[in-house]
Design a binder for this molecule. Structure first.
Ligand SMILES: NC(=O)c1ccc[n+]([C@@H]2O[C@H](COP(=O)([O-])OP(=O)(O)OC[C@H]3O[C@@H](n4cnc5c(N)ncnc54)[C@H](OP(=O)(O)O)[C@@H]3O)[C@@H](O)[C@H]2O)c1
Length: 296
């Protein structure tokens, strides 16, 4: 059965590029109207040109830093003013910090990740629930990510924020279980976006982060793949399934990819590697020296 979002209105934070933009495209194709948000007005405008080219009047956007509740409330007001209601809210805006030891990442950089991934998800969720609970319907989708179920060395800010998002989403779903609102977490797997291909690393840790090319070649997807899953999440197919944590990287998918790549190696077929841009950042004062082997 074809999934439809006919006449639904979706707000997608971080919708100006990457996964958020792919989700906006998928939702418009399924009949929805979308409001995209990001900090850069210029990027929003260029995304809107593309979104409205195929389906005029179906996409609108507003600059919004999700870490600021006033801007998130203004975004919801804008969505209602533009399209009359809100049915779907996706807290997709996200950031990662440079790859490296926690004590070498500057506090403002660390806090920027927390303010976007944690405070931004909190702000978006609260504003969305204020719309959804009275109308007894709505889909709230919070983006999970790598490390959301465990500890990952050298990615403390990002992975800790996603652990928080996972727990926060589960608690919210439990509290509003019988409200008619569906609250879900979504881990899109490895997505070939700027977040994956334009990374920064603390000086001395560039070599370790470059392994991401191999992982991305094995299990990476174009954004359209998780966007199709995000369409399923927002559709009536998930009615009554509140509290679900859905992941693209299932064991079956990962094994299947390993098998395909194994075959390619046997047949000596080329395996596409993404271009990776690594920017080095200077470590802040080495408060806590690392064991020598970690820096090799
Ligand atoms: N790529 C992956 O492999 C992957 C894997 C797992 C999970 N995810 C999650 O998927 C989501 C999207 O990732 P992506 O790969 O599409 O990232 P991306 O390509 O870097 O895009 C991030 C988007 O978020 C916006 N953004 C960043 N900070 C913001 C803020 N404070 N307020 C509002 N908008 C903000 C960016 O626009 P501006 O810079 O203009 O604000 C941009 O539109 C994130 O939550 C990420 O953690 C990604």
């Amino acid at each position: 059965m074809e999934l439809t979002l006919k006449d639904k209105v979706a707000v997608i934070t971080g919708g100006s590029r990457g996964l958020g933009l792919a989700i906006a495209q998928a939702y418009i194709r399924a009949g929805a109207k979308v409001v995209i948000a990001a900090r850069s007005q210029r990027t929003i405008e260029s995304a809107l040109d593309g979104l409205n080219a195929g389906a005029p009047g179906r996409a609108a956007g507003q600059a919004c830093d999700v870490s600021d509740i006033v801007q998130v409330e203004a975004l919801a007001t804008f969505a209602v003013k533009t399209f009359g209601r809100i049915d779907i809210w996706i807290n997709n805006a996200g950031l990662s910090a440079p790859y490296g030891p926690t004590a070498h990442i500057s506090s403002p950089v660390y806090m920027n990740v927390i303010n976007t991934n944690i405070i931004g998800t909190y702000n978006g969720s609260m504003v969305a629930m204020r719309h959804f609970v009275p109308q007894k319907s709505g889909k709230l989708i919070n983006l999970l990510g790598m490390g959301d179920t465990g500890a990952v060395k050298f990615q403390n800010a990002y992975t800790s924020s996603k652990v928080w998002v996972r727990n926060f989403t589960k608690v919210l779903a439990a509290e509003y279980k019988d409200s008619g609102v569906t609250v879900m977490g979504f881990n899109p797997g490895l997505v070939l976006t700027d977040m994956l291909s334009q990374v920064s690393a603390v000086a001395g840790f560039e070599g370790k982060v470059s392994a991401i090319r191999i992982v991305a070649a094995l299990w990476g997807n174009q954004a359209a793949v998780p966007a199709a899953k995000a369409l399923w999440l927002a559709s009536s197919a998930t009615d009554g399934r509140t509290g679900q944590m859905v992941s693209v990287l299932t064991p079956g998918f990962m094994l299947g990819r390993l098998f395909t790549h194994g075959l390619r190696l046997l047949l000596r077929a080329p395996i596409a590697m993404m271009d990776l841009k690594i920017t080095s950042v200077q470590p802040v004062m080495a408060l806590v020296p690392l064991p020598v082997e970690e820096t090799r």
